[in-house]
Design a binder for this molecule. Sequence first.
Ligand code: CDP
Length: 247
Amino acid sequence: MTDQLEITDAPKIVIAVDGYSSSGKSTMARELAKRVGYIYVDSGAMYRAVTLYALRNDMINEDGSVKTEALIPHLRRLEVSFEQLPGEDGVQHTLLNGEDVENEIREMKVSKHVSPIAVIPEVRERMVQLQQQMGLQKGIVMDGRDIGTTVFPHAELKVFVYAGLHERARRRWRELSNKGMDIRFEEVYANLEERDRIDTTREVSPLVKAEDAIEFDNGAVTHEEQMEWLIKLFQETIERIENESRG
Ligand code: CDP
């Protein structure tokens, strides 16, 4: 199941995987990229890195509101990149101005403030610019909220992943608990609910399914079933593109 696919001669495409928090889209996107030898980019990690930067530099008020005017001038100089460490199979580390912040950006203190940071148009503009640069050579799988609508509206394959809130909260709580974080299920649930609300109602690039995205209900399927479905879709997409280019 985890073997690399033989697609060396196939045209390279852009794959957008969007969906709700903890819907399993990152796992699907990461594994697909690995199987087909593409670059994987977790765009949410980039918004999380900006949030960490704002927290560290006292740009978030006690009430959770963001000191937008203080943050904006820093965006140009803010570098967010990814690195794979040798020996860690396919695991990516997020770097903020060269510092490995992978663990810290997954903490609740960041999850609590990330959606208000991600509504700021200037933050989105900068992140989208960086994301589009990463996709210039194609051969990329990117997951997020607005990848199929704003970042890569012409992506050859778009997937929109959803699952019920309770199931998503359960998965995220288990993931964080397994990492040793002492956290209550109710807190995780409330955070996902609040982020869903902000992400779907914001003015710039809200979380919506792109018209041409293919929906996937990830609520009650096994990991194997997810991947089987996605790989088949990938292969069909490549075949379609090859046929179209043959005329
Ligand atoms: O891991 P999880 O699904 O909880 O979220 P994430 O993908 O790490 O994204 C964290 C937050 O960043 C989201 O709740 C959104 O507010 C924001 N985000 C966004 O606005 N646009 C994206 N393309 C990706 C994430």
